[in-house]
Design a protein around this ligand. Structure first.
Ligand code: ADP
Length: 260
């Protein structure tokens, strides 16, 4: 049923404490069940859009309304790419939920990782008319799963590019801080309103539905990025101002202690 079982509790003895514990647990199970149901419905919704587009293209082609040419193939590839991305994101979240998102850590130079991410997103930035640059100063060695750090930073960079208008600027940086490193992605784009800010790391959350829909994200990127930061023993934070831009910061522990 939809109602969690509760036991009536009175008094302050052991039995009452047990009763409270039971009620808390029942509430938590009910909350998770609600979230799981909401998630399945969100997933279904996200899958429907690219599938409907693919079907639309194919039906139009079969009816002879549009020719089965290169541009149609490009559109179909784009939509299947969205599906592929969404399924990969869902798989990562499922692994994270099951506590099975395994890292393969090795000693890496985070400055190099930043450079790689900037190179990989160069073409997308160029297409969007956004300048994308790295801000690094010397080697920053840390024990990380570099593929997962690239994924986390890549999510932030692709958001920064998508939510920044042409002529804007995105800077990816790394610097040593107390006990570790800050990896930052700063843009001077749309920004996020204060009341949306606490929710941007929630699954499927979008600060502004109509705008985000057309920019083609899954609404899962930041949730995954947060998981990846925490899997490294780190954390992610954001500061933003609507209309002026955002800075996302991933803190990764493990800087070598600087000698005085
Ligand atoms: P999406 O796929 O919708 O981008 P994300 O989880 O990556 O999903 O981001 C969640 C929401 O946070 C976005 O829909 C957008 O509203 C907001 N957001 C994320 N990054 C930025 C940014 N750099 N500038 C403005 N808004 C952002």
């Amino acid at each position: 049923g939809d109602h969690a079982a509760r036991v009536p509790v009175s008094g302050k003895d052991e039995v009452a404490r047990l009763g409270h514990a039971f009620n808390d647990m029942a509430e938590s199970i009910q909350r998770h069940d609600f979230q799981r149901k909401a998630m399945v419905s969100d997933v279904a919704h996200e899958l429907r859009t690219p599938l409907a587009n693919i079907k639309g293209y194919l039906v139009a082609s079969e009816d002879g309304v549009v020719p089965l040419d290169q541009s149609l193939v490009t559109s179909l590839l784009e939509e299947t790419g969205l599906l592929e991305h969404l399924v990969a994101d869902l798989q990562d979240l499922a692994l994270a939920d099951a506590g099975m998102l395994r890292l393969h850590p090795a000693s890496r130079d985070l400055s190099e990782v930043v450079q790689q991410v900037v190179s990989a997103h160069g073409p997308a930035a160029e297409t969007a008319g956004v300048s994308l640059t790295a801000s690094v100063a010397g080697p920053c060695l840390a024990m990380v799963d570099s593929a997962r750090i690239r994924q986390a930073l890549g999510n932030l960079v692709s958001n920064a590019i998508r939510y920044t208008p042409p002529g804007g600027q995105v800077i990816v940086g790394v610097r040593q801080v107390d006990g570790g490193y800050n990896l930052t992605v700063t843009d001077n784009g749309a920004g996020i309103a204060a009341d949306h800010l606490p929710h941007v790391f929630d699954r499927f959350y979008r600060a502004e539905h109509s705008r985000s829909r057309t920019t083609g994200g899954s609404g899962l990127g930041l949730a995954i990025t947060k998981h990846l930061a925490e899997a490294h023993g780190g954390r992610i934070t954001v500061t933003s101002r609507l209309g002026s831009g955002s800075t996302f910061t991933i803190w990764i522990p493990g800087a070598a202690k600087l000698s005085p």
